[in-house]
Write a protein that binds this ligand. Structure first.
Ligand SMILES: NC(=O)c1ccc[n+]([C@@H]2O[C@H](COP(=O)([O-])OP(=O)(O)OC[C@H]3O[C@@H](n4cnc5c(N)ncnc54)[C@H](OP(=O)(O)O)[C@@H]3O)[C@@H](O)[C@H]2O)c1
Length: 245
């Protein structure tokens, strides 16, 4: 595991957007960031799941979060611009954004990838990330020491048979991260990616239906890397892929 020890107030007074915050790794990251003092903006597709995370954050005594229900498959550039102006008017700043939401699509031989699945995976995992990052960067730039974190995968820098569109989309994410990191190198924004590694979530169980879920890490186990990239200890880290395991 990525070894990083942090204080109980490591993220105090930070405003952090987490996409895919209703389930899996994003849910655990949102709860963890909030427990360390951050005000978390929960973005996701299923409002009920976001509300449950909202309640859990309030129950654990953390700063009151905000909810943004948004389906990245259908969202437009204007939706993201509106979202950023709402964040700006409500909070006045954005210290970090964890772009975590993604879809797996279908694992299949390359020759049999359906065009619709390919397009959906690219829309959610790549195009929406470009639109989100483009909308978020001006606000991140006005906040000192801000952190933009993309989510890659073990198949994001080495292609693997049957991982098709998902693998290609994660290569694109690593490329997007590097382009932005290089362009914004002299600004207050640092841009990196996390590779969570095999983690016990819905997505993992769909990809590996026969696997004993107890043999892989839980989202809680990989949180040190997620906290590291959001807190001030990583201010000088830019353009890197951090392996959470
Ligand atoms: N788990 C692993 O082993 C593993 C390994 C490598 C990389 N990753 C990456 O880690 C990240 C989190 O994965 P996970 O395992 O936590 O997956 P997950 O359990 O399937 O959770 C994905 C989250 O993304 C949201 N989401 C999916 N499509 C969306 C859309 N169109 N619009 C808005 N939100 C959407 C989901 O919302 P709903 O629940 O509302 O659908 C859910 O909250 C992903 O980027 C994944 O590629 C995971």
């Amino acid at each position: 595991m990525f070894d990083f020890k942090f204080d109980a107030n490591a993220l105090a007074n930070k405003v952090i957007l987490v996409t895919g915050a209703g389930d899996g790794i994003g849910k655990k990251a949102a709860l963890t960031y909030a427990s360390l003092g951050a005000t978390v903006i929960l973005l996701g597709k299923t409002t009920q799941k976001l509300e449950a995370v909202y309640d859990a954050i309030v129950e654990q005594g953390s700063p009151e979060p905000a909810i943004i229900p948004l389906d990245l498959k259908g969202a437009t550039k204007q939706n993201y611009l509106d979202m950023v102006s709402t964040i700006k008017s409500q909070f006045g700043r954005l210290n970090g954004a964890l772009l975590n939401a993604a879809m797996l699509g279908e694992l299949s031989p390359f020759a049999q990838i359906h065009e619709q699945i390919w397009n959906d995976v690219m829309q959610v995992n790549v195009n929406s990330q470009y639109l989100l990052a483009q909308a978020l960067l001006p606000l991140l730039q006005t906040t000192p020491d801000s952190s933009l974190v993309f989510t890659s995968s073990g198949v994001g820098n080495k292609g693997k048979a049957y991982w098709g569109a998902y693998s290609v989309s994660k290569f694109a994410i690593e490329g997007m991260m590097q382009v932005i990191a290089d362009e914004y190198d002299t600004t207050s924004v640092r841009t990196n990616a996390i590779n969570p590694g095999a983690t016990n979530t819905k997505m993992r169980s769909v990809a590996y239906p026969g696997e004993d879920a107890k043999t892989v890490a839980y989202p809680a186990d990989i949180m040190p890397a997620y906290v590291y990239l959001m807190c001030n200890d990583s201010v000088d880290v830019n353009g890197q892929v951090i392996n959470a395991q």
